[in-house]
Design a protein around this ligand. Structure first.
Ligand code: 5BU
Length: 254
C-alpha cells in the first residue's frame, strides 16, 4: 500500500507540540541535513575533535558514552559547547530497558549523568509503558525495529511499540526503525545500519543504502557510523552522505 504524501520537515515542525521535535525539524531545514553520525570512538578527546570537525554536516550526533575509556565529568559540557557552535543535537544511544524506577536513576544518576547533557535518548519497549513514565520529560525515541539480522523487534512487537509511542507523544518524539511507521507528523524516524553499498558486518549488523532507507522506506534521518568514521577522509564522506540524504528527502516531498 502506498504511503500518504510526505510533509516537509518545516510543516511537520508546525504540527507537533513536542519542543525537541520542533527544534530538530528546524535544525534540519536550516542546515539542510538529515544526517546523524554514530561517533563510536573510545577516546573522549577524539570524540570531541571529530564532533568539531564534522559538526557542520550533522543534525544529530549519536554517542555511546559508556565506551569511552577516559570519560571525565566535564564531557557533557565540552560536547554541549561544540553542539551549540555547530547547531546539532546530542543523542545518547543508551537503549534503556528496565522498569521505570531504575531507568529514571540510570538516566539522571551514576557517573554519566546523561540527563545533564543529552538532548535525545532511546529505550526498548520490552518492559512496557512504565519505561516511558520513568523517562518522562526526556526526549525519547522508542526502538520499534533494529538493523541487526535476526532481530525480534518486528511484526506485532513493532506495531505495539508504535502505538505505545503515539500514546505518549508528550515524551516520545520518534522511533528507531527501518522505515516510516507512524503517521503522526511529529514522530521522527531514525534509521541505523547505513552504508553506500548494502551488506553486513561480522557481528550481525545489516547495512542498507540511503535510497532504500529514505526513498523507498521513507525514514527521516540516517544514522551512519563506521562508513564515515573509518573513511579515509571522514569530513568528505560525511559531506557526501549529507548530500545524498538531503536530496533523497527533497525528492520524496516534491
Ligand atoms: P555502524 O558503524 O554504522 O554500523 O554503527 C551503527 C550505530 O548505530 C552503532 O552505534 C549502533 O549501536 C547503532 N545502532 C544500530 O546499529 N542498530 C540498531 O538497531 C540500533 C542502534 Br537501535
Amino acid at each position: 500500500m502506498a504511503l500518504p504524501h510526505r510533509l516537509s520537515f518545516l510543516k511537520r515542525a508546525s504540527l507537533t507540540r513536542h519542543l525537541m521535535a520542533q527544534k530538530l525539524f528546524k535544525i534540519m531545514e536550516d542546515k539542510k541535513t538529515n544526517l546523524s553520525l554514530a561517533l563510536d570512538v573510545t577516546s573522549q578527546n577524539q570524540l570531541l575533535e571529530m564532533a568539531d570537525e564534522l559538526g557542520s554536516e550533522l543534525c544529530v550526533l549519536k554517542t555511546h558514552v559508556d565506551i569511552l575509556r577516559d570519560f571525565t565529568s566535564d564531557f557533557g559540557s565540552k560536547l554541549r559547547k561544540i553542539a551549540d557552535k555547530h547547531r546539532f543535537l546530542i543523542f545518547e544511544d543508551r537503549k534503556f530497558a528496565d522498569i521505570g524506577q531504575t531507568v529514571s536513576l540510570q538516566y539522571k544518576e551514576g557517573i554519566y549523568r546523561i540527563a545533564d547533557w543529552a538532548d535525545i535518548i532511546n529505550a526498548h519497549v520490552i518492559p512496557g509503558p512504565g519505561i516511558i513514565e520513568g523517562l518522562k520529560g526526556s526526549n525519547l525515541l522508542l526502538l520499534a525495529e533494529m538493523s541487526s539480522s535476526g532481530t525480534l523487534a518486528k511484526g506485532a512487537y513493532t506495531k505495539k511499540a508504535v502505538a505505545m509511542g503515539e500514546a505518549h507523544a508528550d515524551t516520545v518524539m520518534g522511533f528507531i526503525s527501518l522505515q516510516r511507521l507512524s503517521e503522526l507528523p511529529g514522530m521522527i524516524h531514525f534509521t541505523p545500519g547505513v552504508k553506500l553499498k548494502s551488506g553486513k558486518d561480522p557481528l550481525g549488523q545489516r547495512y542498507r543504502t540511503v535510497d532504500e532507507i529514505l526513498t523507498k522506506n521513507q525514514s527521516d534521518i540516517i544514522i551512519v557510523g563506521r562508513d564515515i568514521t573509518h573513511a579515509k577522509h571522514p569530513k568528505t564522506q560525511a559531506a557526501l552522505y549529507r548530500e545524498k540524504a538531503w536530496s533523497a528527502y527533497v525528492q520524496t516531498i516534491a
